[in-house]
Design a protein around this ligand. Structure first.
Ligand code: LLP
Length: 439
């Protein structure tokens, strides 16, 4: 599960994904190039749906679009019957323009602007996940005069810690996200929503973090949400229709990473929800999971061209690629570890240890700290697996880099779904000086 499901090596050792030779794609579309295996995306959607569906009677799987959104992807997500979570007006705009049904979209975020909330209301959004009291006040103002209330969930902060990078922890008490249960904010927010005629409180949500490899924190989250729901039922007489313990299921980035057995996870999360509903004597609510990384991460591969080589005797050998932190900021930002293989030959036989550096003007722009590769030359192609989530989504124009092209591969054919940025795109937002641009 490190590489897309359809990955193979041809008899001459060349990397083939989705039935397409990766070298041919690089020749046609240039590098850096991001390719996605459609079969893997579909399989991951189905796996999540089936796993939760066989573990719990009222399952709902929502794709967390922050991992990466684009019209071509959203079409697959929609067709596979998943819902969508967006976190900004931009994501909502792209989703709506892609034809994603508004009533299957949930809107998250800790500081949604009045304009973003208005946009969501105008679109007829399925759910708004309220994060704080200011949002309740804004929604009160924006929903005055509406005939039907807007469906909302409350994002709770359950005070649960997880083993992941500090930047990816979102369920600890000291987090900008969510209404604290322990501080009493969560209960006060229930009261405030019940006092707001324009809002219908459908249930409770929590998201504890990302790239999590243990199931226990998810179970603890489910238990905490149900306990809160049971307490609120006793206090206010409200029965939740939906409980969402969020996303965050880890994926493998290198061989040594553990495998998240999603079916076993879903089974335990589903069982925990069933037991908790019984314990609190609540009719089974819809149980929602929100995978992002685990849907697209393993489906994506980044392809680079090897460039300059710098040998520092007794220290290390740097080989630079034609991308780096502008298309994948995860290594410098989180210390994320990736692996790679040459597109032209498998990693067997004679190997050398290399550090793969990016091309941007930062010493921290190192894509892979240490990887063993067969002997390579300037111009060879390098493929990095597990690059589908939070790479393109966090890509920038740093050093005025052009963001990469994106290709979907399936059944031996390739489809360009996003073209590479062009130099003209870099001037698209500038107001031309009086004498215009040089052509
Ligand atoms: N639901 C909510 C409310 C979230 O905030 C997130 C991720 C997800 C679901 C999906 O989590 P996933 O299944 O993808 O782990 N940029 C970081 C990850 C940030 C995650 C933000 N929230 C990274 O590259 O590791």
């Amino acid at each position: 599960m490190l590489w897309p499901d359809t990955t193979e090596r041809s008899p001459d050792g060349a990397l083939v994904i989705g039935g397409v030779a990766v070298a041919d794609l690089a020749a046609e579309y240039g590098t850096p190039l991001y390719l996605f295996d459609v079969a893997t995306i579909r399989a991951r959607c189905r796996l999540h749906k089936q796993a939760l569906g066989s573990a719990y009677e009222r399952p709902k799987v929502t794709y967390a679009g922050k991992a990466w959104v684009a019209p071509a992807l959203l079409q697959l997500i929609r067709d596979e019957g998943l819902n969508l979570d967006v976190v900004s007006g931009g994501e909502l705009y792209v989703a709506l323009r892609s034809g994603f049904p508004a009533d299957r979209i949930a809107f998250h975020g800790n500081n949604k602007s009045p304009d973003e909330l208005q946009m969501a209301l105008d679109a007829g959004i399925g759910e708004i996940i309220i994060d704080n009291f200011d949002e309740i006040r804004l929604l009160d103002e924006l929903t005055r005069g509406r005939s039907t209330p807007v469906t909302v969930l409350l994002r709770l902060n359950p005070g649960i810690d997880v083993h992941t990078h500090d930047y990816r922890k979102t369920g600890i008490v000291d987090s900008k996200f969510g209404l604290g249960i322990s501080t009493g904010d969560a209960e006060r927010a229930v009261q405030a929503v019940l006092d707001t005629p324009g809002l219908y409180l459908r249930g409770y949500h929590a998201h504890i973090g990302s790239q999590i490899f243990e199931v226990e924190p998810f179970i603890e989250t489910v238990d905490t949400l149900f306990e809160f729901a049971g307490t609120m039922r006793d206090r206010f007489g409200i029965v939740p229709e939906e409980i969402s313990p969020g996303g965050g299921f880890g994926v493998r980035y290198e061989e040594g990473d553990p495998d998240v057995a999603l079916t076993a996870y879903a089974e335990q999360i589903g069982r925990a929800a069933t037991l908790a509903a019984e314990r609190w004597d609540l009719p089974s609510p819809v149980l929602t999971t929100e995978p992002g990384r685990s849907i697209v991460g393993p489906a994506g591969v980044a392809v680079y061209t090897l460039g300059a080589r710098k040998v520092i005797p007794g220290v290390r050998t740097y080989v630079s690629v034609d991308g780096g932190m502008a298309d994948n900021i995860r290594p410098p930002l989180y210390g994320a570890v990736y692996t790679a293989e040459l597109v032209g030959k498998p990693s067997v036989g004679e190997m050398e240890w290399l550090t793969i550096a990016g091309k941007y003007c930062e010493s921290g722009d190192v894509l892979i700290e240490r990887v063993a590769l067969p002997p390579s030359r300037y111009g060879d192609l390098l493929a990095v697996p597990a690059a589908g989530a939070y790479c393109l989504a966090m890509a920038s124009n740093y050093n005025l880099a052009l963001r990469p092209a994106v290709v979907f591969v399936e059944h031996g054919t390739a489809r360009l779904v996003q073209r590479r940025e062009r130099f003209e795109d870099l001037l698209a937002r500038d107001i031309a000086p009086e004498d215009g641009y040089r052509t």
